[in-house]
Design a protein around this ligand. Structure first.
Ligand SMILES: Nc1ncnc2c1ncn2[C@@H]1O[C@H](COP(=O)(O)OP(=O)(O)OP(=O)(O)O)[C@@H](O)[C@H]1O
Ligand SMILES: [Mg+2]
Length: 254
């Protein structure tokens, strides 16, 4: 095992799950979202929404029991918030992406595009064999994807783990960034928050803001991603890698 977690922490996590489950059952989701979720049940993607695992600025992520069409037992369901959304600031990641034309006005349309964009980005990354969740389905502001974890316990974020083999993890992350780039994709929000660690292997998540190489800021986003990742591994593990060489490794041959 490349991760150390005490029994005490794990039972705390279980307490947390129970509390979060009661929120789901207590009706924290609005009516329209519940209607849109219905499609995930009828399409046999999920059979029960269990508990919330992540609460972000723009989205809440839940763990669900899978439906008949999904081989694995659990599914991650990311629900983007519409009303309290701070998406305005993120328009730059859609505008300029040649895959997207003019978006109709209104917050719902923007969130809908964002969700569709995360789905398409995950598809590209999956086909490129990047360690990341497999996307299953999206509908409006809801995205269902493979849950990264063991049984019903989602894998923790890298920032919460002391890695036993940080060099190896860094190599996998940089290798995945290369695979993305070679398939025209730049993640654009790489950090210790958006990498989950399962059995010592890193999995990249949160692809909403990822852009294709045709985006005018793609190179700049890549540089920032490389800088963030290298700085984290330097700060926490004292690993030194040359930013210039890593950039060359990722982009060479393209
Ligand atoms: N596929 C998944 N499997 C397991 N856990 C996941 C998965 N996707 C998300 N999570 C959990 O939910 C948290 C939030 O997910 P994510 O980073 O995609 O959204 P976010 O940061 O809230 O979104 P945004 O950056 O758009 O605000 C993650 O840190 C992780 O703990
Ligand atoms: Mg995130």
């Amino acid at each position: 095992m490349a991760q150390r977690r005490s029994k005490k922490k794990r039972s705390g996590r279980e307490d947390f799950m129970l509390k979060e489950q009661s929120k789901v059952e207590g009706g924290m989701l609005d009516e329209k979202t519940i209607m849109r979720l219905g499609k995930f049940f009828t399409h046999n993607i999920i059979s029960r929404l269990m508990y919330m695992v992540g609460r972000g600025k723009e989205a809440d992520t839940y763990i669900a029991q899978s439906g008949l069409d999904i081989k694995k037992g659990y599914v991650a369901v990311k629900i983007f918030r519409i009303e309290t959304s701070s998406f305005g600031a993120r328009i730059d990641y859609i505008d300029g992406d040649p895959r997207f034309g003019k978006i109709k006005p209104g917050m719902f349309n923007l969130v809908n595009e964002w969700c569709k964009k995360e789905f398409s980005n995950l598809k590209i990354a999956n086909e490129a064999k990047v360690h990341c969740p497999k996307p299953y389905m999206f509908n409006g502001n809801i995205l269902a994807m493979e849950m990264i974890g063991e049984d019903d316990v989602p894998a923790p974020q890298m920032r919460k783990i002391d890695l036993e083999e940080p060099d190896k993890v860094l190599d996998i992350v940089l290798g995945d960034m290369r695979k993305m780039y070679q398939n025209n994709l730049v993640h654009a929000d790489m950090s210790e928050y958006n990498i989950l660690i399962k059995g010592g292997t890193p999995y990249i998540i949160d692809f909403g803001q990822a852009v294709v190489l045709g985006h005018p800021n793609a190179e700049q986003f890549l540089k920032r991603d490389v800088k963030n990742i290298l700085y984290y591994f330097y700060r926490k593990y004292g690993i030194e890698r040359s930013q210039i060489q890593v950039m060359e490794y990722i982009t060479k041959g393209k």
